[in-house]
Design a protein around this ligand. Structure first.
Ligand code: GLP
Length: 260
């Protein structure tokens, strides 16, 4: 696991987007894992800028969203399908038919989850998964206690996550209780995981992810077993990392050929 500590959210977005840009340039038909929440927004802003100003070409790429609320009507502005469309896919030239989301309104949710896993596999798996992290250490919507081997399935949100996400809705009462999320095992299959986190509110979760024991109580800590994870954080989110000085030293002295 590589830990990159940068000054602010803008730098985090720039460096994470740089890794995606390098992938898409070398592998035009790359499969991207797309995350929502506010943390990845600067990443999408930078990708949109690279597309507009430097012609970064997504026309052969495809994407799979991490998760979706259950029960929001189609087109609801907070449905993750809509968020991904608004924040990313509408701003670049990715083919909309190649951008997939878990189906939170399927009658047969289990069948839809299995079909989603099959679609990811049929696309050849995810090359680069963008991730945020919840304040309780969740990734996707895999709340504490999730099986670390889980696949795409329905989950119940904790009250903490509902409260955290209430800012996107008119009131907490409107935040769904259920979601469909890629499982922890699904996320672990991605070839490269780029996790971004900013702000002091994420400091404890980032500490658990990087330096805590591997435990389902902080699901993101399972990434310690992932062969290629890059954690990109601002200094506030890094504020309780015990080895912060060492991570800074490693990054500053990295050979330029190494990449992320
Ligand atoms: N399902 C999403 C996660 O993918 C995201 O990482 C988390 C943190 O969001 P934010 O970046 O807004 O703090 O929110 C939601 O729960």
């Amino acid at each position: 696991m590589e830990v990159v500590i940068l000054r602010d959210a803008r730098d985090v977005g720039r460096v994470a987007a740089g890794a995606i840009a390098r992938l898409v340039r070398s592998t035009p038909d790359a499969v991207l894992g797309l995350a929502t929440g506010s943390s990845p927004l600067p990443v999408y802003d930078e990708l949109a800028r690279l597309h507009a100003q430097e012609g970064l070409d997504f026309s052969r790429a495809s994407g799979f969203a991490l998760d979706e609320y259950v029960g929001l009507p189609e087109g609801h502005p907070q449905s993750y399908r809509e968020v991904i469309r608004r924040e990313f896919t509408d701003r670049v030239d990715i083919e909309p038919s190649r951008v997939h989301s878990p189906d939170g309104s399927a009658e047969d949710i289990e069948g839809a989850c299995a079909a989603y896993e099959e679609a990811i596999a049929a696309a050849g798996g995810v090359d680069l998964q963008i991730l945020g992290i919840g304040s309780d250490g969740h990734i996707g919507f895999n709340e504490p206690g999730s099986s670390l081997a889980s696949r795409t399935r329905i989950k119940t949100l904790t009250e903490q996550t509902r409260r955290d996400n209430a800012r996107f809705f008119p009131s907490i009462a409107e935040v769904p209780h259920h979601v469909v999320t890629q499982g922890v095992g699904t996320i672990m299959d991605a070839r490269h995981v780029v996790l971004v986190a900013t702000g002091a509110r994420k400091a404890e979760a980032v500490h658990g992810l990087v330096e805590g024991p591997v435990t389902a109580m902080c699901v993101a800590s399972v990434l310690q077993f992932h062969p290629h994870t890059t954690v990109i954080v601002d200094s506030a989110a890094a504020s309780v990392l015990r080895l912060a000085d060492y991570y800074r030293h490693v990054y500053e002295n990295k050979p330029p050929w190494q990449g992320l």
